[in-house]
Design a protein around this ligand. Sequence first.
Ligand code: ARG
Length: 588
Amino acid sequence: MKKLLELISEEVKKAFAEAGYGEELGRVTVSNRPDLCEYQCNGAMAGAKKYHKAPIMIAKDVAEKLQGSAVFSEAEAAAPGFLNLKVKEDFLVSYVKEMGTTEKFGAGEPGRGRKIVVDYGGPNVAKPLHVGHLRSGIIGESVKRICRYAGAEVVGDIHLGDWGLQMGLIIYELSLRQPELPYFDENFTGEYPKEAPFTIAELEEIYPTASGKSKADEAYKEQAMEATFKLQNGERGYRALWNHIMQVSVADLKKNYDRLHVQFELWKGESDVQDRIPGMADYMRREGYAHESEGALVVDVAKEDDTREIPPCMILKSDGAALYDTTDLATIEERMEEIAPDEIIYVVDKRQELHFEQVFRCARKTKLVKPETELRFLGFGTMNGKDGKPFKTRDGGVMRLEYLLEEVYAEMYKKISENREMSREEAERIAEIVALSAVKYGDLSNQASKDYVFDIQRFTSSEGNTGVYLLYTMVRIKSILNKYREQGGDEEKAQIAVTGNESAKDLMKALAGFGAMMETAYLETAPHKVCAYMYDLANAFNHFYHETKILTQEDETAKSAYIALIALTLRVMEECISVLGFSAPERM
Ligand code: ARG
């Protein structure tokens, strides 16, 4: 299905050609003066030089050709050379009707045939999930769904941080607390216990304790590094402990991500590519890409025209240990072999930009990827508290995701159960759904790269640009449709039609923009565009709702038209929230 602006532009292009001008001048945009017109074309201004004519003359010539057009009810030349356009209602009606019967409401599939890996989430095993990982999960999930909507084949990979010093810290701390465990007995050859020697709650205490000790005590840190080294070199007991840490921690992570409706296809991590590292390092050495520098193995990635210093990519430290660069490169190698994506999108804190710049350059230089493989870094900003500083708990600690979600949930529950007859279970269920929309929309409605302020009061408000407002709007539509059914109406039979209602026309114009918006959201990897669209659509609906008698409408054609129109609005909004990664309740 063609985009509305395409159809409109075609009509204007034809008129330019008929009036003797180049049709390329006929591109139409949404008006930036909605008080004057709905759409506009600035082509006459662009053509003035070429045709040695005042722009207003050109605009007048074209406007004349547009009189009697099937598309426009108004086409006027305005000084100094604009074409101000209004579309005919019946043209919009047939467009929006077609949308309703077209797959994906007319959004095309610019991603069809592409394979994309989205690397997001990125939590570190055994460390509690904190708000920094919240953004990656929320944005990454939405990016994944937008790519999928665009027809691409998409795989989301959590890329766990599961191989670093934190593992050695936990193992060493455990060896001090429970030295009698068989994992620490080098002569033990039997089978290790199936049960982990700690719970998630204990694990969450062990890591910060160990981390604190290692910062204060150099010898402690060395021991932890030694344990990390042994783990990475395959010490049997340490591997077994590592498996326990993974199991306990991943189960907990799953619980948290489930609550967020964030689902990964792959639960791989840094540890999965360890076996590749020696081979990859050899290859880089052999092909002359990597060289020794102060004992370390590095690949130079600086370019002559760099405006800032890009340090070499570190492949191996002088002691032979792998680094963050190394695991990311080995992961690229693995993904190219196992998935062969056309594109990898990394949804990571923007402070890691330099790391990814180095990794991407190195992957290209060393031909781990094909020249046409796209490597994209989608860096997100910080989630701040109202004081403008990174979000913290009240006592200044790192905010854990669970607590934050719980706080939003509690606030939402309070608002929902206030003055309402609703069972406790229902209020709880609804609060959970709505709280998720509050958190996700609060995040996604900002351009990802920007910092934003997490404001529970604002996010849970049913007024303003919030997820809660959008869900209220959807629930309002659901309730009208339910009443219509109760009155014996058949929503399926309702037909959008010309009614002469201006606010209905505005709603149709908003609906008609869906396809183009979805494609842009994909091409620009921009969930915030979906949010902005939805907000406009919700406003257009609410305006219509306040201006219009729907259920009490006497004119049956108009009533049917309104019902069909709001039903379509609801379906389009469902589509939007589904790519944003939340859902709407039946009532609230
Ligand atoms: N675990 C990392 C961190 O918490 C994020 C991982 C991002 N993804 C990647 N492929 N490096 O900082």
